[in-house]
Design a binder for this molecule. Structure first.
Ligand SMILES: *[C@@H]1O[C@H](CO)[C@@H](O)[C@H](O)[C@H]1NC(C)=O
Ligand SMILES: *[C@@H]1O[C@H](CO)[C@@H](O)[C@H](O)[C@H]1NC(C)=O
Ligand SMILES: *[C@@H]1O[C@H](CO)[C@@H](O)[C@H](O)[C@H]1NC(C)=O
Ligand SMILES: *[C@@H]1O[C@H](CO)[C@@H](O)[C@H](O)[C@H]1NC(C)=O
Ligand SMILES: *[C@@H]1O[C@H](CO)[C@@H](O)[C@H](O)[C@H]1NC(C)=O
Ligand SMILES: *[C@@H]1O[C@H](CO)[C@@H](O)[C@H](O)[C@H]1NC(C)=O
Length: 481
């Protein structure tokens, strides 16, 4: 995800200066999780001297001529050699290190240091290459394979978020799924599923990748593969949305739930796996946040924003290709009802910041006033395409969650300042959150400052971490993600 968003950064600065090609290769194809912990190659020519962290060509998991062209083009025009190096290392990382297996039709891409494919992550890992589809047929085929496999996963397990390699790959299921020991209903098969956390945005990210892929490729083969499996997946997404709008209590006070996960782990849901109660609002429930933490309240507002955009995007995609008017109508109608519910239930009048978007609500008056660094987040709302940065409620919200007084998960110190996440802890700020600030900011000085923080916090490794301690740059999580 960090890697994906960084591509957008590279579009910002421009101008001269060339980065010397780096010729250092390692002999063996070392596991990238350990490779990423030591600097490699000739340092960049900027004050930070960032290392060259791409694996040797023979060790890369996919080669794309179009991606190499973008790297050469942008790095040759970037004035800051350290930023250019950071871009080169990160933009290529998905193709260099995470394409575990592919054939003509399917692509299995691991999230990084965990040997499984996440729906959300794989969408974001490939989203940055989408504008290149028409220029690189093998890359287009690889991306189509990601969508085809996602469709198959969602057709089989719409309430799950991360998966094992497909049977065709011949790769054995990896040990050890996060769901080991869990009681999941509907039941999961751990030879196919890695974890069954129900996260609305995972399903939406499949819609988003499909929409963007078609936009740049005009390739209709995704609709035909596996006998129209893409449509089965879309029908499941719409069904999950319908189910998750249903409030917890029916007219007779009976408890209704369409998803349950329980077990020994503290990450499992309260109320015997059903999660916190939902009032009757028209919003769509989710049980996990984009960080894979359990929600505090069931209606996550950034998820609703993404749902509105992607349901309309789905309708528009199907209209362009002249398919399934029934899905077009259902998606359009659902987007409108969720949008009405978002404006009614998703905002809160605060003492100091005016009217803001809550991060999560339950419809009973409960609300989490905070942001979490993972996208979809409150800061990312214009990036998701729901409202632009000039929307007054967004502007209030942004001011609040990017302040030390307005967001309990805004970490600050001499090393870095920005949005953190309880997924690690309150004092570890996520570079991804700063990237989200950059891509939604309209203030050049602010963008330059955030780029400084991003460059300064790679611990000299030239790659982005998941999170960095606000007071100690050596204390970071995940060299490779
Ligand atoms: C990428 O190209 C290099 C040669 O430059 C080659 O050794 C390697 O096998 C290629 N990787 C893939 C996955 O095709
Ligand atoms: C980089 O790409 C742009 C847009 O395609 C093109 O106009 C420009 O000439 C390229 N520059 C270099 C140095 O390759
Ligand atoms: C890919 O899909 C096409 C169309 O369904 C099929 O004809 C072909 O055999 C598949 N290729 C592989 C390698 O499975
Ligand atoms: C979830 O649990 C509730 C209560 O135990 C049960 O009624 C419901 O059928 C379960 N949901 C699923 C999808 O199994
Ligand atoms: C932002 O959205 C508002 C309302 O939709 C619109 O009037 C305005 O032109 C948009 N601004 C930009 C920069 O897109
Ligand atoms: C980044 O590091 C440089 C060099 O140590 C330092 O001068 C600068 O203040 C740092 N920037 C930020 C935003 O911390």
């Amino acid at each position: 995800m960090v890697i994906a968003l960084l591509f957008l950064l590279a579009l910002l600065p421009a101008a001269s200066a060339t980065v010397a090609p780096n010729l250092h290769h390692r002999d063996a194809c070392e596991d990238f999780a350990s490779y990423a912990t030591r600097p490699e190659g000739t340092p960049s020519k900027g004050p930070l001297g960032l290392p060259f962290m791409r694996p040797a060509p023979g060790c890369r998991t996919f080669n794309s001529t179009a991606v190499e062209k973008v790297v050469a083009n942008l790095t040759s025009r970037m004035k800051d050699p350290d930023l250019a190096r950071l871009f080169e290392n990160t933009y290529t990382n998905t193709l260099d290190t995470t394409v575990k297996w592919f054939n003509d039709n399917l692509t299995f891409v691991v999230t990084g240091d965990i040997p499984a494919e996440w729906l959300r992550d794989s969408s974001n890992q490939f989203k940055v290459y989408i504008p290149l589809m028409a220029q690189d047929a093998p890359l287009q085929q690889l991306t189509r394979g990601v969508i085809n496999l996602q469709a198959r996963y969602i057709t089989e397990y719409p309430y799950c978020n991360a998966f094992q390699p497909p049977q065709e790959s011949g790769l054995p299921p990896e040990c050890c799924s996060g769901d080991t020991g869990a009681a999941v209903s509907p039941p999961d098969d751990l030879s196919i599923v890695w974890t069954c956390g129900y996260e609305l945005d995972s399903l939406l990210s499949f819609l988003q990748l499909s929409r963007r892929y078609y936009e740049f490729s005009k390739d209709m083969s995704i609709f035909a593969f596996d006998n129209g499996g893409w449509f089965s997946a879309v029908e499941n997404v719409l069904q999950v949305i319908d189910e998750q709008i249903v409030p917890t209590y029916d007219a007779g006070g009976n408890v209704v739930s369409f998803y349950n996960i329980s077990g020994p782990n503290q990450q499992y849901m309260k109320n015997n796996g059903r999660g916190p109660p939902k009032a009757n609002t028209g919003l769509i429930g989710t049980t996990y946040r984009p960080s894979d933490d359990v929600v505090y309240f069931p209606y996550n507002i950034p998820h609703q924003a993404m749902a509105i955009v992607e349901l309309r995007g789905l309708a528009s995609l199907l209209k362009q290709v002249g398919l399934r008017p029934d899905i077009q109508a259902a998606a359009t109608k659902r987007a409108s009802s969720v949008e009405a519910a978002l404006w009614k239930w998703g905002t809160v009048l605060t003492k100091d910041w005016g009217e803001v978007f809550a991060y999560e609500v339950d419809g009973f008056g409960g609300a989490a006033i905070q942001d979490d660094a993972n996208v979809p987040s409150l800061v990312s709302i214009p990036y998701l395409g729901f409202v632009n940065a000039t929307n007054p409620i967004y502007a209030n919200t942004r001011k609040m969650v990017l302040s030390t007084a307005g967001n309990p998960y805004y970490g600050f110190g001499p090393v870095i300042r920005g949005v953190s996440s309880p997924h690690i802890d309150e004092k570890h700020v996520w570079p991804m959150g700063l990237i989200t600030e950059v891509v939604t900011s309209t203030d050049d000085a602010d963008i330059l400052l955030k780029l400084e923080y991003l460059k300064n916090t790679t611990t000299g490794l030239g790659l982005m971490h998941e999170s960095v301690n606000t007071h100690n740059v050596q204390d970071y999580t995940r060299p490779w993600l």
